[in-house]
Design a protein around this ligand. Structure first.
Ligand code: PSU
Ligand code: MN
Length: 306
């Protein structure tokens, strides 16, 4: 019997909906990313934990529930929170680290997000570094991002990725993008300019390091980038507010994103949506290219997608 042809899958995280973007624009983005990825010939799978069950792919109802965030009793789950969430029957949104862990288990090699978590600016005091960084070193998934947000310390973030041995590939850029803007002034060691080459780089990485992730840095499309002074000022204000109210730990990133939305009057959300879509498109194209070049059986999957 002929082998059934599967469309290559692209993983999506759900924390961007539950704790990163306002309702209902977050739900609309969820649908939009699924369509964008479908248009490349790949298939989107949004990860979450629903009533203690791991999900690769959400119904519209489940996406809506997750998108209501803390109000609906949804918790934020890093990779280390997954086991407890399953055992306790929690409903939670997966961050980059948790989504990487689950994507790997479902046999997905490519994951589109907005920006990864990283080293926070006051990490010398707080030791606050996102579990996303160690997840990139632990799970063999290619993460397509717009870099990391300038709310973080980007230089320390890049240094930590280097220590962890995670390659950072600039897609059509020689600099680490800073999420809302296309450049950060931080030079990257590696740039690729087309998707076929990107697929060959990712695949070769897994031949030598079959258990490690790789970060693709795809700058926000020019026409959606925010003016540097606008975002710098907004970030300074949001960070000062976070200090005033004592927002820290898991609550810090969501707090900062919400304040940026308020301070920029929605411009930060518009930019976030535009770059998420651009990352979804590139991730879809990468998944298709990997599938075309190397087939279904190559790469690091341990468990087949359902
Ligand atoms: N960056 C964004 N939007 C987000 C996040 C990061 O632009 O919503 C989320 C991602 O899910 C990321 C998480 O994995 O925040 C990192 O949180 P923390 O800093 O608590 O590790
Ligand atoms: Mn943290």
């Amino acid at each position: 019997m002929a082998k059934e042809r599967r469309r290559p899958g692209v993983a999506l995280e759900s924390t961007i909906y539950a704790f990163g973007l306002p309702y209902p624009r977050n739900v609309e983005l969820g649908w939009k990313l699924a369509r964008t990825i479908a248009a490349t010939g790949a298939e989107a799978k949004t990860f979450a934990v629903v009533d203690g069950e791991l999900r690769a792919g959400l119904t519209d109802h489940e996406l809506d529930r997750i998108a209501r965030g803390a109000e609906g009793g949804v918790v934020k789950l890093a990779a280390s929170d997954l086991g407890p969430a399953m055992a306790l029957g929690l409903t939670g949104a997966t961050t980059v680290s948790a989504t990487m862990a689950l994507a790997r288990g479902a046999g997905l090699r490519v994951f589109a997000t907005g920006g990864i978590g990283g080293v926070h600016r006051d990490a010398d005091q707080t030791y606050d570094e996102s579990q996303d960084l160690t997840a990139l070193a632990r799970f063999p998934v290619a993460v397509v991002s717009a870099g990391a947000k300038a709310i973080l310390d980007l230089e320390k973030t890049v240094e930590r990725l280097e220590t962890l041995g995670v390659p950072v590939i600039g897609f059509q850029t020689a600099e680490l993008p800073a999420f809302y803007t296309r450049s950060s002034g931080i030079k990257l060691a590696l740039t690729v300019n087309d998707v076929q080459t990107l697929a060959r780089v990712v695949h070769a990485h897994w031949r030598v390091h079959p258990q490690m992730g790789i970060l693709v840095a795809n700058p926000i499309p020019e026409e959606h980038a925010l003016p540097q002074p606008l975002i710098d000022d907004a970030i300074a204000r949001a960070l000062a507010d976070a200090r005033d109210v004592g927002a820290r730990g898991k609550a810090l990133t969501p707090f900062l994103l919400k304040r940026l939305d308020e301070i920029t009057e929605g411009k930060s959300v518009d930019a976030n949506i535009a770059l998420a879509e651009s990352n979804a498109r590139l991730a879809g194209e990468l998944a298709v290219a990997l599938h075309t070049l190397f087939g279904d059986d190559e790469g690091p999957h341990l468990v087949r997608a359902p």
